[in-house]
Design a protein around this ligand. Structure first.
Ligand code: GLN
Length: 488
């Protein structure tokens, strides 16, 4: 079998080939490494790759019991804010350059135990602050569908890598949309699990009440497969929930006729790109053809989601980032005395967006402003969560566009933070409410840029997302298209 054909498969198909002995784990890993070598210089989706480690691990799998390993020989990529022993976890930031974590995050440990092979670390916006992957100290990642455009962010490296077949699947993190928005812009499947569903032990924290780790995959079945491996209680993370992990793949390929799905009026408004609107209309028609019943619903506090998020998330980020002081992790700028050392390390180590968030977060937490901003934001957050609970009384799921526009040009929004922040207008509420959401490919613009649809379910309702998502995916072929810009 020519090696290129190995890299186009979703993980579930690849692992079946490997189990049947059609090729070896080392051949699969080598095929991916070759592709990374050929294409990553154009895309900058990965910021570090360890060929030797990957090949050694793949070779060692020959002695494993393939039938018992759900991800037997599957080459994966990990976002650079998820600790992976042997790799630099720099979070796209100069301040963490040289930081090699001494342990695996729980998710990485679970992936490796399931037979996956880590190829390398994916590029990202600095500390996951951003929607375009342009704030990384390593330079921007490019969108495989149009190299002059951003891949979305902050898990832009993970999404671009999977779209370009540089890995079979990737892990990302999502605080306000960072898995789903890049998944939509690169035409891959991205899941933000329920808050507490997946352990964050070893995830370098951005906003601890919002962060979740999730998979970016080539199809919905892989999303379910990866969740079976990474979800579940972890004694190292007190926020991980003691809720049984279902066999998610049992939810695939079941009829969806009669399912009631809410269409929130606040998400189909002016400002929505006409081509996104057209694709969404077609997607809703396809779902209707499968028997879905739509219901007009309202999430009335949606307009407050972006400001609420930027208060809550920056407040948490400012305190989480206080630990980067030149003493414990990463880089130090030597200076005359301790105070100067802190100032110079943080002054030189953080980029402009990180500084903006630290300042904003410190401000909203400061005496005199705490009640006016932070405490009020928490109250609005409750209202936003209740909006969802109310809709879920009568609907099994909600459908929306993932992002208001397709991928924009590199540099287009870099000097306009507000317009960059609005890129997450449809994804942020989901994190504030703590519920799960899946983005999946639902079309392309005339210029060939991907468009994503978002499905949202009640807390711990990931099965509903896979059920609905796989039915849509079976009926369409958007997820099968590959970007011509990186065709080899
Ligand atoms: N784009 C949003 C932000 O900049 C979300 C980022 C994320 O989910 N990590 O905060």
């Amino acid at each position: 079998m020519p090696d290129e054909s190995l890299t186009s498969h979703p993980a579930h198909a690849l692992t079946n080939l490997l189990r049947r002995g059609k090729c070896s784990p080392l051949q699969a890993t080598t095929a991916y490494l070759d592709r990374i070598q050929a294409l990553n210089p154009k895309l900058q989706a990965l910021i570090s790759v360890d060929e030797e480690r990957a090949k050694n691990r793949a070779s060692a799998l020959l002695r494993a019991d393939a039938e018992r390993l759900p991800l037997y020989g599957v080459p994966v990529i990990v976002k650079a804010n998820i600790c992976t022993e042997g790799f630099e976890a720099n979070c796209g930031s100069n301040i963490l350059s040289g930081f090699h974590p001494p342990y695996h995050a729980t998710v990485v440990e679970r992936l490796e135990r399931a037979g996956a092979v880590v190829l390398g670390m994916a590029n990202m916006d600095e500390f996951a602050f951003g929607s375009s992957c342009e704030t990384s100290c390593k330079g921007p990642t490019r969108n495989p569908w149009d190299l002059d455009r951003i891949p979305g962010g902050s898990s832009g490296g993970s999404a671009a890598a999977i779209a370009a077949d540089l890995g079979a699947a990737a892990l990302g993190s999502d605080t306000g949309g960072s898995i789903r928005q890049p998944a939509a812009m690169c035409s891959v499947v991205g899941l933000k699990p329920t808050y507490g569903r997946v352990s964050r032990y070893g995830l370098i924290a951005f906003a601890s009440s919002l962060d979740q780790i999730g998979p970016l995959t080539k199809d919905v079945e892989d999303s379910a497969l990866f969740m079976e491996v990474i979800a579940g209680l972890d004694s190292h993370d007190s926020t991980s929930a003691d809720v049984k992990v279902p066999t998610y793949r049992a939810a695939l390929r079941r009829p969806i006729g009669g399912m009631t799905v809410g269409v929130p009026k606040e998400y189909f408004i002016g400002g929505l790109d006409p081509e996104v609107e057209r694709a969404m209309k077609q997607a809703l028609a396809a779902l209707k053809g499968l028997g879905v019943q739509f219901k007009d619903v309202s999430l009335p506090h949606t307009e407050y989601a972006v400001p609420t998020y930027y208060i809550a998330a920056t407040a948490e980020a400012s305190s989480n980032l206080a630990r980067f002081d030149g003493v414990r992790y990463g880089r130090r700028v030597p200076s005359g005395n301790l105070q100067e050392m802190f100032e110079n390390t943080r002054g030189e180590g953080f980029g402009a967006e990180a500084k903006r968030r630290i300042i904003l977060g410190t401000y909203v937490l400061s005496r005199g402003y705490y009640d006016a901003y932070y405490a009020k934001a928490l109250k609005v957050r409750t209202l936003i969560r209740q909006d969802f609970e109310k809709v879920f009384e009568t609907c099994r799921a909600i459908v929306t566009p993932t992002a208001p526009t397709p991928a924009f040009r590199l540099g287009e929004k870099l000097d306009d933070p507000l317009s960059m922040y609005l890129s997450d207008i449809f994804t942020i509420s989901v994190n504030l409410a703590g519920v799960p959401a899946l983005s999946l490919p639902c079309g392309f613009t005339q210029a060939g840029l991907p468009i994503g649809m978002q499905l949202i379910a009640p807390a711990f309702g990931e099965e509903t997302l896979f059920h609905l998502g796989s039915a849509y995916e079976q009926a369409t072929d958007w997820h099968l298209r590959k970007p011509a810009a990186v065709a080899s």
